[in-house]
Write a protein that binds this ligand. Structure first.
Ligand code: ADP
Ligand code: ADP
Length: 220
């Protein structure tokens, strides 16, 4: 089943407590917004889920099992962690073709995800000239390549222009509506407005609120 579950995650970096009992569940079928100020532990949680950081305590499960190693095919979890390094002389499409090849996918799927994220003709320009917004779209396209049932995007709206934000919000809603579990972090609650069906609010390494948006509106 497409779910993410983290329970009792604790993690220190030296004296810094990054995670202090982080616990929540990301169900399929809706976008779960992961909000909180910088330093709240959102990125560390996502890195732990992907097995890039080991927690000191607690567990992280994807589809009911630990997702420990990236040797597992990326087709399980599509992740955007930060707009990674690009080769400036290669096009965005070249980068996607290379990634697709390593996952046994072809050019048809590459052109499909380019369409999904709205990269358009920019995909055939040199990545060296890309704005942060274009790099974000490229990163989201890369996360979508393997058509993963679970998606995890860290601050995907950073650097996007207002049109880009609207576009990506719509894409995330439709990906979730198709039954995927989608976890999207942001330090700005407003960026998730009208997109997240569930809000997990983090502060100082733990969850301070976890609510369904429909339930919240009903209660208000
Ligand atoms: P967020 O994503 O919510 O901004 P992070 O998970 O990036 O929060 O960071 C949580 C805390 O852990 C911060 O105080 C951050 O500086 C610290 N931290 C994260 N990664 C490291 C690291 N590799 N080394 C030292 N401190 C880290
Ligand atoms: P975000 O703002 O998305 O949480 P950060 O800028 O906090 O990302 O972290 C980016 C990278 O730097 C991550 O790999 C994180 O683990 C690392 N990092 C964050 N804070 C520190 C820190 N205080 N010392 C060392 N590395 C850190």
């Amino acid at each position: 089943e497409a779910t993410i579950e983290v329970a009792g995650l604790r993690k220190r970096f030296g004296r810094t407590v990054a995670l202090d009992g982080m616990t929540f569940r990301v169900p399929p079928g809706r976008v779960t917004g992961f909000v909180g100020p910088n330093g709240a532990g959102k990125s560390t949680t996502m890195r732990v889920i992907l097995g890039l950081d080991a927690p000191d305590e607690g567990r992280a499960l994807v589809g009911g099992v630990p997702y420990r190693s990236l040797e597992e095919p990326l087709t399980h979890v599509g992740a955007l962690l930060d707009a990674g390094a690009l080769q400036p002389s290669r096009t965005g499409r070249d980068h996607l073709l290379w990634l697709a090849h390593s996952q046994g996918l072809g050019a048809a799927r590459v052109d499909e995800v380019i369409g999904l994220v709205g990269l358009g003709a920019e995909a055939r320009r040199r990545a060296g000239g890309y704005s942060l917004g274009m790099r974000q779209r490229l990163g989201i396209a890369a996360a979508l390549l393997g058509d993963p049932p679970v998606l995890m995007l860290d601050e995907p709206f950073n650097g996007l222009d207002p049109d880009g934000i609207v576009w990506i919000r719509g894409l995330l809603r439709s990906l979730a509506a198709e039954g995927r579990a989608v976890l999207v972090s942001s330090h700005l609650m407003s960026e998730l407005e009208g997109t997240a069906g569930q809000l997990v609010v983090a502060g100082r390494g733990r969850v301070v609120a976890d609510m369904g948006v429909a339930e919240l509106i009903e209660a208000a």
